[in-house]
Structure formats: structure tokens, C-alpha cells
Write a protein of this length. Structure first.
Length: 208
């Protein structure tokens, strides 16, 4: 079964690092005959990506983050050129194996039930304002840059607000990938500048 290491690494940015939620500590790969869908979530945000040039099987597996981190992208793949094949296979001893170039890593799939992630994806958004964690927006931008081979990590994603519901994140990489981000409670809101913004300073008063 062929996977994309670049997609795995980009999506892995949103995998959870909390061991109490071990079932989220990896990338879910839904492999079919003609495509692969990669998903990762930390419970606050989510990235999903689909590759139509990969596939060759019928399996759903959560690949541990540590396994994905053990591989390094080739220079040409970091620059967005044609990728090297990344092969997923099941060994005779029951372990899974991921191979990229000359590197092979055997592993056990992450246990536990991966959540039904499609249920949290909104079918549409209402564009009502909400507050979001800006740190996650940075991660979305980085993931999109990785998918496009943009080593400069320039900002490229667009957030479509959805009030109290999950927002959609559009990637410049196109329809092959998108994100979902949950809103947070606003600590403070501002509908107009503070009074001191329009009040003249003491120096201005003296000059007048």
C-alpha cells in the first residue's frame, strides 16, 4: 500500500501528544484501492488530507506519531517535487511496517477507537464571528506549506468563522486538504477603540 510521507508529516502536526488520549497520538490512514485519506486531531483542531495517487488496499490504521517522526523527507520532496514512494505493509509477525527509501520501521498500530471525525466537519458555515486560538492557525499554515513544498512557510490558509460551531480552514494546497477548528471562549471583546485612542495627548494640548 502506497502512502505519502509528506502528507503524513503535514497532518501529524495536529496529532495529540497527550498520552491520556493515546488513541489520538497518531495519524489515521484510511486506505482504499484508489486513494488514501489522512486525519489527525488533538480535540481542538483537525486536519484531513486526501491523496488520489496513493492507495492499493482496504484498511484503516492509526500510525503512531513517533513512527512518522522517525522519517526525514528527501530534499526534493521538501521542495514539492515528485515524492519518493512510502510503502505500508503487514509483516508475518503481525507488526506493521512503513518503508521510505532505505529506511524501514516496524510498529504496532495505535490502539483504541479513532473518533468518527466526519461528524465534527460542518456542512456549511454561517460566518458569524468567534474567537480562536492563534497558535493553531500557525500550525495550519505550516501544514499547508508542507503539502505545497513551500519551505518559507508563508501564510496561506483561510478561516471561515462559524459562530459557536467548528470553523472550516481552507488550504492553498486546494481541495485535497482542509482543517476544522473549534472556537474558544473570548476573554475580552472590543467593539470600538478605547477612549485614550481619540483623546489628545498632553504634548498635543500644549502645542495647540
Amino acid at each position: 500500500m502506497l502512502l505519502s510521507l509528506r502528507s503524513l508529516k503535514a497532518v501529524r502536526l495536529f496529532a495529540s501528544d497527550e498520552q491520556t488520549r493515546f488513541y489520538l497520538c497518531g495519524v489515521r490512514a484510511e486506505v482504499r484501492a484508489d486513494d488514501v485519506t489522512y486525519v489527525a486531531t488533538n480535540g481542538h483542531g483537525l486536519i484531513a488530507c486526501r491523496d488520489v495517487m496513493c492507495g492499493g488496499g482496504d484498511v484503516a490504521i492509526t500510525i503512531p506519531s513517533a513512527v512518522i517522526d522517525s522519517f526525514k523527507l528527501s530534499a526534493r520532496e521538501r521542495n514539492g517535487d515528485n515524492p519518493l514512494p512510502c510503502e505500508l505493509s503487514k509483516r508475518d509477525d503481525g507488526l506493521w511496517e512503513l518503508r521510505y527509501g532505505d529506511v524501514r520501521v516496524a510498529f504496532e498500530a495505535v490502539g483504541g477507537a479513532f473518533p468518527d471525525w466526519r461528524r465534527v466537519v460542518p456542512s456549511e458555515v454561517n460566518h458569524k464571528p468567534a474567537c480562536y486560538n492563534p497558535d493553531y492557525l500557525v500550525i495550519f499554515n505550516k501544514a499547508d506549506a508542507m503539502l505545497r513544498g513551500d519551505r518559507g512557510h508563508r501564510a496561506s490558509t483561510t478561516l471561515s468563522m462559524n459562530g459557536g460551531g467548528p470553523a472550516l480552514i481552507a488550504f492553498e494546497a486546494g481541495q485535497r486538504a482542509f482543517g476544522v477548528l473549534m472556537p474558544i471562549r473570548c476573554a475580552a471583546e472590543m467593539t470600538n477603540p478605547p477612549a485614550w485612542f481619540t483623546a489628545p495627548s498632553r504634548a498635543q494640548e500644549m502645542a495647540a
